[in-house]
Design a protein around this ligand. Structure first.
Ligand code: DHK
Length: 145
């Protein structure tokens, strides 16, 4: 069975409470439960959330250095680090693992500063604006690829 890492960055621990009109009412625990319910028998899902850039980078580097079989892919919502972090991008590129970047909101309809993603260049694909469906679509992609 494949293993996928589902990584979430800063402030995504407050999903459900934080700007629900933008990010929805589902909590991160709700998303994890829904993904496990949908895909549990078909793929092993490893969830990790941190508000700290370095902790995310440490996790990605550990995934990259893990003995084979490594995770089959990374689904990451980098939160605000999307728009700021060269270091996170470098870690994703350096991992040589396939990455899908997910955003709950459509970052391209929002403030100008959200319309550039440092991480997108490290990703095979980017999903934005589909709410929690974006995580489902990303996992489905890895299951089929
Ligand atoms: C989540 C965040 O926390 C923001 O900083 C990004 C992203 C957008 C999202 O839509 O999931 O700009």
């Amino acid at each position: 069975m494949k293993t996928l890492a589902i990584l979430n960055g800063p402030n995504l621990d407050r999903l459900g409470k934080r700007e629900p009109e933008v990010y929805g009412r589902a909590t991160l625990a709700d998303i994890e439960a829904a993904l496990r319910a949908e895909f549990g028998g078909r793929v092993q899902l490893e969830f990790f959330q941190s508000n700290h850039e370095g902790a995310l980078i440490d996790r990605i580097n550990a995934l990259a250095d893990a003995p084979d079989p490594k995770v089959a892919g990374i689904v990451i919502n980098p939160g605000g680090l999307t728009h700021t972090s060269v270091a996170l991008r470098d870690s994703l590129v350096g991992s040589a693992l396939p990455v899908i970047e997910v955003h709950l909101s459509n970052i391209h309809r929002r403030e100008a500063f959200r319309q550039h993603s440092y991480c997108a260049g490290a990703a095979v694909g980017v999903i934005a604006g589909l709410g929690i469906e974006g995580y489902f679509a990303a996992v489905r992609y890895f299951l089929r690829s």
